[in-house]
Every structure is written in structure tokens, then in C-alpha cells.
Write a protein that binds this ligand. Sequence first.
Ligand code: ZN
Length: 333
Amino acid sequence: MNAEPANVLPWQNALWEKLTALHRDQRLPHALLLSGAPGVGKRQFASALARYLLCQTPGAGACGHCKSCQLYDRGTHPDAVWVTPEETGKAIRIDQIRELNHFLSEAAQQGGYRVSVIYPAEEMNINAANALLKALEEPGERTLFVLVSEIPGRMLATIRSRCQLYPVELPPENQALGWLQDQVEDAQTCRLLLGLAGGAPVRALELHQRDGLEQRRQWLKALAQVASGKLGAVDLAATWMKLELVELLDWWLAFMADLIRHQQAGEAVTLANLDARSLVPKFAARASGARLFDFRDKIQDYRLQLLSKANPNKQLLLEDLLLQWSLLFRNER
Ligand SMILES: [Zn+2]
């Protein structure tokens, strides 16, 4: 099964040409590791490559018409397998890799390549990784593994060393904005989205499509209400439980960076939070400077806890952050 679009993104053209040329020369490695920032389009690239390798009449890319392309586009190509955690945030387990190995032990059903994409590769637990290692050591004919990772450093070194590393780079800002504007139109919104996505266009588009900017508006409004004591930390924490917490903490960290810079440099500073330009000076004027740093560190700590799978109590974590946030604006210095 695959659920990714399969066109090559404009900033991936050079990488595309490199890999398809290797393929034409029959020098394509049997295992690739695509690494890069979240939302740069790694999975989309993997998908385009899989579709191309499976296509029966490829040109510079997959033809889009043959039986293989049709199967691929429906997500039912029997020679393409995506291995991904069964739930977001969970590990890729050994039985998933065993299933993959079983698939690889049989001949390709369409008589061509067999492609498996593993994403996020760093989420394989140790048993899964060891099971994959065997397959990487003895790949069959016309087999391609595409491992996709945001944090390749977290993968087993023995796995990494059996893959050829291909970084998927962030595009230059102009190219990213141009691509985004074809789909989102309003230039100001595109700038804001791209900034929030750390320059990663696919992530920016995804944020737009799920109405992330409206979420931001609500979030900023709530921060103001908590700061002025109109809204309680506990009540608000309960309503935020449904949100993607790591992203929320990323927003908060970027917001704190703006507050701190504004306190230090005043109006002259260029703010990263384009949608909070009126709020930042207000908060910066009211908050205690030393405490801003402590609070930022606290967010950072919690963010790491969330990422470490220590599985912290999210409700308590949010309550604590919101309480600390409200204290920044009490005059008890
Ligand atoms: Zn085709």
C-alpha cells in the first residue's frame, strides 16, 4: 500500500536525475537512505521512484498509463510495500519486517522490480532492525529498499552502512514560495506557512490543508487570555489535548524566541511569528526577562520528553506549561 502522491517535486529534480541515471546504467544500489527535514517531500520522492521502477514503459519518469502505473496509483501494486508504524509514534515491529521478508522471498508478481519503502526508518525497534539487516545483506535480484528518515543518527549504524545515503535538501526560499503559491495563492499566507514549517514546503502545505493557521489563531488568543487571567490553565489544557503537542511546543518555542529577541532589541527586531506581530510587543513589555529564558528551557525539556517516548502525562505537562506561562505575567518580582 502507498498513500503518497508520486510526482517529483521541483527541488528534487537533481536527485531524481542522479538516481534515474544510475538505474539506466544498472548501477542503482539496492538500498537507499533518504534523509531530510520533516515535510521536505522524502516520502513523495520515494513514491515517485517506486512508481518509476515498477512502470512497464518508463521515460524520464513513470508513464502514468501502463497497468503497473494504474495499479500503483490505486495503491494496489503487488510489488510495492510500505512499512510504517501501525500507529503514529509507535515502533515498527519485527513481525512487520518478517512480513516484508516473506514478500521479498517470492517472485515479483508483475515480473519487474520489488520496492519496499520503510518510514520512518528510525522507528524500527531493535528486533525489527536486526531482521531487516539480514535482508539488506542478501538482497534478491531487482529489489530496492528505500529507507526514509528524519533522524538517521537514531538508526542502527549497521543498517545505515548498508544503505547509500541521499539527503533530500530544503529548497531555496524563492523556489519553496513559488511552489506553495501555486497551491495556496496568497503570498503573505505562504510566507507565514513556510516560516512555521521551517522552510519545508510539503509541511507548509499540509499545515494549510488542515487549517493549521486557524489553530494558530486560537492558540495565540488562548495564550493572551491565560496571560491576563481570563482563562484557567487546567481548562485550557484539557481542550489542547487533541492537538499535535510537539508541533504546539515548536510554535511556542519560536514564539518565546521572538519575545526574548524583542525584549533585547525592541522594535528593530524582525519577528519570525508573522501572525503575532501585534502580540509580541505586548507580551514582551509585561513579562519578566529572566523568567522568559527559564520558561523557554522548560518547553524545550518537555519537547524532548515527548520525543523520547518517555510517555509523559500530556494533560499535566500542558497544565504545568500554561500555569508557568501565566506566572510570567504576574508582577511578583
Ligand atoms: Zn507506467
